[in-house]
Design a protein. Structure first.
Lengths: 587, 591
């Protein structure tokens, strides 16, 4: 929908006028209470007049600059806005409704300063949205098309009503995320998810203004990705022909991500977590298909951190031949400038099972030297393709097997933290690296649903052991939305150190998840992180944590997600929404 | 559970047999059994482990004129002919090779049903035993049962024996089966959040697939009153969440009939005198403390007005209470043929009654709260019994620390108590007092636990490391009850053999503070299946050893089969574990 030619100048003047109004405005909007609810809460959202709503014209249109992805997003949002007919569970109050159809809102006019800025880490996602009272045109202004998409989402959440559509008006929004990296990890190796499950997840991420889909594609259990140069990896290592991702599937997912402002960041975990590679190339994988923790042996002698054994062998030249083919294909399939190379949970027992590694070690070599050899042979290759390499924190912080910082050039390396709550994030940024936070104590969405190990004798007691007691998984208990919402990912860091934290990712590891539970495990808990990383978990003015009012807003948002086709789990009885405040605790 | 030595070795796998047949080089030391969930009491498969194809014209011959049995027969015939279940295990030849050789025996043509007591009603304690014989020397299988309800259990078992495309069935199979506990139930709370009729029917359907027989419908509570009653239409009209969130008499009829078609009783619960806040929308005068904040700031725990948000208790001192209540009971009894009626009586909260002036003066004249409850029970219990109903109450009515009745007013002949606190201890107290018990221990059988608290404004999360409640999953009954926790619980733990006979069975419970249709299936299944097997055939093998180890693979397979039958059960393991039997086990005492 290209711009008309006369309108822009008027718009500019009009925008300035609105800006004037905003400076004078006092009422802050969207804080719950009046039923106008945008999730994640915008940084600034204020009424320029008394809170009111205007009719949305039946001929409402979105005027967007021509851009392959933004135009697609504008069309999508136009459909959503016209068809959603959201009915808030709490009817918006304090709202004067302008019912004169002559002043109905008929156009949302989008202005983008820099149409060519690509979707990459740190891209400007700021937007301003002004919906004047009793005027027929609203304005969305952004630096980039990606910011415009965020503004479209906000606008869509301001529309409700049936049969007539209403839109909050007399409203000004300025918005910009606190953290540049707001992601979600999905593990598609332990259990498989269809392409549609992934697309639905990306779509829901965009509803929540999240921007990174971290795709943990491969692991020891299955290798679902079909790679043109190494087709056998999936042919032999996937769960079956119907449980693979073809290059066309990947293309579809990447493109879908772009139309939703979501980067798709691939992870090929290595050298650990590679048991599935052994189906095609047994010679490059140590300890493959062994029982993970033999009876009568100590934990230190386990072969893997969980069932599904296998590490790439750094001493076998063929390892690099295969891995480089894999990397090559990945960078061709994924335009994303970050490449996640894994490197978590190197288990000494697995490498020690290999005879060439045994002789390397008996000649005075160490396991850490092995890992350094692996990283030294692969990181430069990945960097050569203009990729920034993301590794799990283990590569630097593991107690037994780690590399020296000199192997990890800071300008090309980002480390993702998951252990020890805020402590490891501090260690990483203190070492001078950028960090992505996925603390398992706060952000692991799979925890607390019991363990997946068979033959677990700890349950054969009337009172189960402590691990069964906290929900029976290593990272139990279940992370509630409140736990996630209240976590501060820069806790304990100086202002300077905090700048090194580029954001966070919730994670769904799939030992006990598959398409049947995908939506309920992810939503609305992921929405909790989405708001905390977008606009924070504190009231902007008082600095007080805003979990209290967030409950009602998240509840309302959950229902809206459900009506948009996302199977998010309920957080309260409906009664609580209908009786605001009555389900609070005052203790 | 008597099983001869020979029969143990007979229960070597269908799958194992075929692996040897088709890919002889595969070594397998962990052959699975014929997977029927819950595991039958006795299942023998003649040593040759033969399979037959199921004839394309396969039929189920049932000469009986019985509407519910006929409905079950046609339903199972369709399922058996169209399911084409493919076991997940890679050891299965169907996934190992595309064209398995034809099975050796002639195709099975029919299953014949024989029933001794066709008119036995679906009541508590009805005989559900059956024998199923699928011979290897003729194309006709026989299913013999005392009652139509036992025949339905046998049909379920037969349906689980059939698999593959084309369909095949193991022959030379003999099954004798009979539940250990007669009451195997599931409680669903449709007041805190609403579930559609389709959700309830899907749940009943999944229960029958697990040979469960009691749908305990916790219909009403303080948050909403969704049941539309002909004599008291105002209760739902004003107390439900809305016109689109009610159950009409026709809905109830549909659900009750659907239950009968599936061998599942539908027990209604009208919780009272507590948990009745929603009644106040129509009758504010009969409800004390309605619509008040549940636990005022600065007040102590004992001054709470309700156990959780949503206040309101029927006022036993107001005669109108009984007028409305009896209309309700009268309607419910007409709508539900089930001879058990659940009358609630849990969590009577002193603070709520104390807000009422008439109760205040009763108390200041030397009356006690327990006397108030006794008045309520005395006015209602005989009325329910007079309608030929056995009354189930929650244990609280006898065991509550503050407000309880004297056991003399609850005749054990007409009273059953449902236990939920203190693990096995309260069950022991109840049966020691001479009452029959249904076990729903919150420590083991509450399926909602461990998903966080639903209270708003919860400041305990405003700390980097949460408090104890937060650290075990943030709900009062946390942690999450894993399938293993449920499977291993012995509901008669600590009871003498004689006292154990007073335990009728158990019920898993889904309270709906944080559940609604989007999570229904994944909260219920396959964890309810774990209880279903423990109550049907036990959680131990013939040597008396707990069988959770082999149960993992079977439950995993059963979960996949339930999913393919349209039940959104949650996964318990990576697919890799099913494909690599034994490799995901623990062999260490603790992890």
């Amino acid at each position: 929908m290209p711009h008309g030619s006369v309108i822009p100048a008027i718009i500019l003047i009009f925008s300035l006028f609105i800006l004037q109004l905003c400076i004078a405005s006092v009422a802050s909007a969207g804080g719950g209470g009046n039923g106008i609810n945008v999730w994640p809460k915008p940084r600034i959202m204020s009424w320029t007049t008394q809170p009111r709503a205007n009719l949305l014209s039946p001929s409402f249109a979105i005027s967007s600059p021509k851009h392959f992805y933004l135009s697609s997003a504008a069309n999508r949002y136009l459909k959503l806005i016209k068809n959603e007919h959201h009915q808030p569970l709490v009817t918006p109050s304090l709202i004067n409704i302008t019912t004169s159809s002559s002043s109905a809102l008929h156009t949302l006019f989008i202005t983008v300063e820099s149409l060519l800025t690509p979707l990459q880490h740190g891209v400007n996602e700021t937007y301003t949205l002004s919906i004047p009272a009793d005027a027929s045109i609203a304005n969305l202004t952004a630096h980039t098309v990606w910011g415009a998409m965020r503004g479209l989402e906000t606008f869509s959440q301001l529309v409700w009503g049936k049969p007539n559509l209403l839109v909050a008006s007399g409203l000004y929004v300025w918005d910009s995320p606190l953290f540049a990296h707001r992601g979600l990890i999905l593990d598609t190796s332990r259990n498989y998810y269809g392409v549609d499950d992934i697309l639905r997840t990306i779509k829901t991420m965009s509803f929540n203004k999240m921007n990174v889909f971290h795709w943990h594609i491969t692991d020891s259990h299955s290798f679902p990705l079909v790679l043109p140069s190494e087709p056998d990896l999936a042919a032999k290592g996937s769960y079956g022909h119907d449980m693979q991702y073809s290059p066309d599937d990947v293309k579809k997912i990447v493109e879908f991500g772009l139309t939703h402002g979501v980067r798709v960041l691939p992870e090929i975990d290595s050298p650990g977590h590679t048991g599935s590679w052994a189906e095609a190339y047994p010679e490059i994988v140590t300890c493959a298909n062994k029982f993970w923790w033999p009876a009568e042996s100590n934990w230190t002698n386990r072969l893997a951190s969980e069932p599904g054994t296998g590490h790439l062998n750094p001493l076998n030249p063929k390892t690099y031949k295969i891995l480089k083919n894999v990397i090559n294909d990945i960078v061709n399939l994924f335009p994303e400038a970050f490449y996640h190379a894994g490197a978590d949970e190197i288990i000494p027992g697995c490498w020690k099972a290999d005879s060439t590694i045994q002789s390397f070690l008996s000649n005075g070599g160490t396991l850490s030297q092995l890992l350094e050899k692996f990283v030294g042979s692969t990181l430069p290759y990945i960097v050569f393709f203009n990729r920034t390499v993301v590794y799990w924190e283990d590569v630097l912080l593991d107690d037994n097997v780690n590399v020296r910082p000199s192997f990890l050039p800071k300008e090309h390396t980002i480390l993702q933290t998951w252990n020890n709550g805020p402590n490891n994030t501090k260690r990483i940024v203190d070492a001078g690296y950028r960090a992505i936070v996925s603390s398992s104590e706060f952000y692991y969405l799979d925890c607390g649903h019991g363990d997946f190990l068979g033959n677990d004798s700890q349950y054969d007691q009337l009172q189960p052991s402590s691990s069964a007691n906290n929900g029976g998984s290593w990272c139990g208990p279940f992370k509630t939305w409140q736990t996630i919402y209240d976590y501060d990912i820069t806790y304990g860091l100086s202002e300077e150190e905090a700048k090194m934290v580029i954001g966070g990712e919730v994670a769904l590891w799939s030992e006990q998840a598959d398409p049947k539970v995908l939506d309920v495990r992810l939503w609305p808990r992921t929405s909790a992180m989405a708001e905390t990383l977008w606009s924070g978990n504190r009231d902007e003015e008082t600095g007080i944590k805003r979990y209290a009012q967030a409950t009602d807003r998240l509840n309302e948002w959950r229902y809206r997600m459900v009506s948009r086709g996302v199977g998010a789990e309920p957080i309260q009885p409906l009664w609580c929404l209908r009786n605001p405040g009555m389900c609070n605790t005052a203790h | 559970m008597v099983r001869s030595h020979t029969s143990i070795s007979n229960v070597v796998a269908l799958i194992f047999f075929l692996v040897l047949l088709i890919i002889p080089s595969v070594q397998s030391t962990t052959a699975t059994t014929i997977d029927v969930w819950p595991k039958p009491r006795l299942l023998r498969w003649a040593p040759l482990h033969q399979l037959s194809l199921l004839s394309p014209s396969f039929t189920i011959a049932s000469p009986y004129d019985h509407p519910h049995l006929s409905s079950a027969v046609s339903r199972y015939l369709t399922l058996i002919k169209t399911e084409h279940h493919l076991p997940s295990s890679v050891n299965n030849p169907l996934t190992a090779t595309s064209s398995p050789p034809p099975p050796p025996s002639p195709p099975l043509q029919s299953l014949h049903i024989f029933i001794h007591r066709l008119h036995a009603p679906l009541h508590h304690g009805v005989n559900e035993s059956y024998t199923l014989h699928v011979p290897n020397d003729r194309p006709t299988a026989n299913l013999t049962a005392e009652t139509p309800w036992g025949a339905m259990r046998g049909l379920e078992t037969f349906s689980q024996l059939v698999w593959g495309r084309p369909s095949r069935v193991p022959v030379g199979v003999y099954v004798w089966d009979d539940p250990i506990f007669p009451h195997r139930g599931l409680l669903l709370d449709t007041s805190r959040n609403y579930y559609g009729v389709g959700d309830i029917m899907r749940t009943i359907y999944a229960m029958s697939a697990n040979k469960m027989n009691v749908f305990h419908w916790h219909i009403t509570d303080s948050p909403s009153f969704p049941l539309n009653l002909p004599s008291e239409p105002g209760l739902a009209a004003k107390g439900s969440y809305g016109d689109d969130m009610q159950y009409s008499p026709d809905d109830v009829k549909k659900i009750v009939e659907f239950g009968l078609d599936h061998g599942v009783r539908v027990i209604p619960e009208i919780d009272s005198p507590g948990h009745t806040g929603s009644w106040a929308e129509a009758y504010p005068e009969i409800v004390t403390c309605a619509n008040m904040f549940w636990w005022p700031a600065e007040s102590k725990g004992e001054d709470k007005l309700a156990a959780e948000p949503g206040t309101g208790q029927l006022n036993p001192l107001n005669p109108k209470t009984y007028q409305v209540f009896k209309n309700v009971i009268s309607d419910v009894v007409k709508m539900f043929p089930e001879p058990f009626f659940h009358a609630g009586a849990d969590e009577v909260t002193p603070g709520c009654w104390k807000t009422d002036p008439t109760i205040q003066s009763f108390l200041s004249n030397g009356g006690s709260l327990s006397q108030v409850l006794e008045k309520f029970v005395n006015e209602t219990f005989p009325y329910i019994v007079s309608l030929n109903r056995t009354v189930i109450y929650w244990e609280d009515v006898l065991l509550d620390g503050v407000v309880k009745v004297d056991s003399s007013i609850l005749d054990p002949k007409y009273t059953i108590l449902q236990t939920w606190n203190n693990g096995p201890n309260n069950t022991k107290k109840i049966v020691d007092a001479g009452y029959r018990a249904i076990v729903s221990s919150a420590d083991y059988y509450y399926l909602d636990c461990g998903h966080g608290g639903f209270l708003g404004n919860d400041s305990q999360y405003d700390q980097l490391v949460g408090s104890d409640t937060v650290s075990n999953g943030g709900s009062w009954c946390a942690p999450f009850k894993t399938w293993q926790t449920i499977y291993n619980y012995d509901i008669t733990y600590g009871l003498s053999e004689e006292k154990a006979t007073l335990v009728l069975g158990g019920e898993v419970a889904l309270w709906s503070e944080q559940a609604d249709p989007t999570v229904l299936d994944s909260r219920l299944w396959p964890r309810a299946s774990a209880m279903a097997e423990a109550l049907w055939s036990g959680n131990r093998d013939e040597t008396g050893k707990k069988r959770y180890a082999e149960a993992t693979d079977r439950l995993n397979e059963w979960r996949h089969r339930m999913v393919s039958r349209g039940i959104g059960a949650e996964p318990i393991q990576p697919l890799w574990c099913v494909r690599n039997p034994g490799m995901c086990n623990a062999v260490h005492a603790s992890i």
